[in-house]
Ligand binder design. Sequence first.
Ligand code: HEM
Length: 410
Amino acid sequence: MDIAALRQSWSEVAVAGPEAARYFYATLFVMAPETRSMFPIDMHHQEDKLFAALGHIIAHVDDVSALAQFTHRLGADHRRFSGWNQHGQLVQLAECHYIWVGQALLATLEHILGPRWTPALRAEWAAAYEAVAKLMLAGAEESAQVSPPYWEAEVTSVQRRRADICVFTVRPDYWCSYLPGQSLPTQVPVLRTWRYLSPANAPRSTGTLEFHVRAAGRFSTHLVRRLAVGDTLLLGHPVGTALSSYDRAPHRPLLLIAGGTGVAPLRAIVEQLRQGPGRPTTLVVGGRTPGDLYDHDTLTQLAASTGSGTRWAAGDGRWLRYVPTVETGWGWDGEVGTAVDTALRLGFWADADILVCGSPAMTQATITTLTAAGVQAEQILTDSYDHTLYPPLSAAPAGAPHDISRTGVL
Ligand code: HEM
């Protein structure tokens, strides 16, 4: 494989940016109309995903084991996509779709590269795409041996905690296993789009999962306004490795910093720790006003239920210290300040693992403040809870916080 030629030509496609993605999808939908119904009506969020993934693959094409892991995972995830053919019959994503996508990709490269698209380069790209497609199909086949393409989950409770926030519970039809801190692609069947949600609980013997959603885009607003007990949601395979690697050094203290519904995955992690001996943990949850602390009662009860553990007693003798903090509030007698400012007032955290979860702006501001205060970037783990999550092909560069997320609005 001529890796240099692949990379060089890809860099030219990357320069073309959205034009290449638009040409690709237009070609695909003309060539294979049934694929159109697999994608959301609004292609705004999808357009760069396939191309971003291809860029990732090309950048790491010589790292065979990382590439195999990534493409297997991607292929397994693609099992959840389906559409309708011209007879109105449901079609699952299958090998023929990979062939059409490959042809649309080659046509796009030809369109963008013009005279630089030679027969030799075409042969390189065709072989590279075929190798990737085979790995994805193998990943799909392996995962089909052990799990369904997606879970159908019945909504068993819905609480509207505020006008723009709902907390709901679902019961999947089969056992759905995930690690606290991971996210699951979730679909409201009438909307057909998939968005990532992170469970707020550690796996339970009943198999139920609790999710927290704030109305921000079409998907989340639908959930907040319309979701009802008895509705069915679809859940795809859990993804995300950053937050769920909180136990990489269990002897170290943990600092968990949350904003908004970013509290959900951090609560799941605390619940998981509670099933073991515990670990000195400080959970700081920030809001602009006390009304933003929509999960305060549950977190207070959770903190009260944690024992002192064996040798880890912290603060009032319990291993979990829960610290709600607000920027402003009449009659509020707790901590005042942003979550990160309050966390830094509580300690220096030189020996702690620090998990940050909130909106992209809150996450970024928190990381900036922490590193300015002397925290090492390697101490910080973060996923933006409302994002498309794909494991990186290789570890984050030294010195960069472990952030594997990409932005989008739910
Ligand atoms: C080399 C081959 C491919 C790569 C690298 C690729 C990559 C991706 C990526 C990274 C995503 C985003 C996943 C997510 O956000 O959860 C995605 C989504 C998707 N892909 Fe692919 N894909 C490939 C082949 C295909 C094929 C053959 C089809 C079938 C036509 C397909 C249909 C879809 C659909 C329907 C979505 C979801 C769109 C949405 O709901 O937002 N992909 N793909």
